[in-house]
Design a protein around this ligand. Structure first.
Ligand code: ADP
Ligand code: ADP
Length: 220
């Protein structure tokens, strides 16, 4: 089954075409790297998939459902790590998850999620004392609430040191092994190549490549 299907998606802001007749298919179980420089249209595309932005033209479907018609229902099945999201300094790791669980009306066990991202040892510490990598793993745990079938991660490793980025990729791999489809957006090839089955390269709203890492490398 297809996890994400974009059919001629266009988003126009005044005279700027942020996304330009984009066609894209992501299969269930894939880890897809969505690569492109800043301003290429990655966030706009993600926001269209999540039905936060209405496309000027085209159709987006997730698990066969129209994003514009079933946005709210679809968001229940999608875990999102937004770009540049920050933790709340005054809340503990556990409180972050309790908040996320309540917001999504899910019934996950906070401790189990904290274990999955390797911050269970700091569950009752305030996030102000977390390293950057721990904070990002906590945010990733929040995205895992509700056992999503699709994870959309917008620049999840940006700003982390190599070790911190590696830990995030390891968690992505483990979640993928549980059957979760992953959409990994980044402006750095090196961040996605170790974990993605396939990479699409977006430039000025257009897909200029869509292939496996091996094939992309041999064509460079
Ligand atoms: P990114 O790092 O993805 O490029 P941006 O800084 O472009 O993020 O965008 C951050 C937010 O601001 C997004 O929600 C985007 O839709 C919005 N945004 C970006 N550019 C503009 C703009 N020129 N006018 C209004 N909103 C914008
Ligand atoms: P990326 O995520 O790849 O950095 P974005 O999708 O954030 O790219 O932005 C693509 C282009 O659309 C940029 O030129 C950005 O400034 C513009 N843009 C994004 N959101 C808005 C908005 N709400 N209003 C006007 N322009 C926007």
């Amino acid at each position: 089954m297809t996890a994400i299907e974009l059919d001629g998606i266009t988003k126009q802001y005044g005279s700027l075409r942020a996304v330009d007749t984009l066609d894209l298919q992501i299969n269930e179980g894939e880890v897809f790297g969505f690569l492109g420089p800043n301003g290429a249209g990655k966030s706009t595309t993600i926001n269209i998939i999540l039905d936060f932005v209405k496309p000027t033209a085209g159709q987006a479907r997730v698990f066969g459902m129209d994003c514009q018609e079933e946005g709210q229902r679809l968001r229940q099945r999608i875990g999102v790590l937004p770009e540049g999201y920050d933790v709340y300094d005054r809340l503990t790791g556990r409180q972050h998850l309790e908040f996320a669980i309540e917001s999504k009306e899910a019934n996950d066990d906070p401790q189990e999620l904290l274990e999955r991202v390797g911050v269970a040892h700091a569950a009752d510490r305030k996030a102000s004392g977390y390293s950057k990598g721990m904070a990002q793993r906590l945010i990733l745990a929040m995205a895992l609430v509700g056992d999503p079938d699709l994870l959309i991660l917008d620049e999840p490793t940006t700003g982390l040191d190599p070790n911190g980025a590696r830990e995030i990729r390891q968690i992505i791999r483990e979640e993928n092994e549980r059957g979760t489809t992953v959409f990994f957006s980044s402006h750095i090839l090196g961040q996605v190549e170790a974990v993605c089955d396939r990479v699409g390269i977006l430039r000025e709203g257009r897909l200029v490549a869509d292939d496996s890492i091996e094939n992309l490398r041999s064509n460079m």
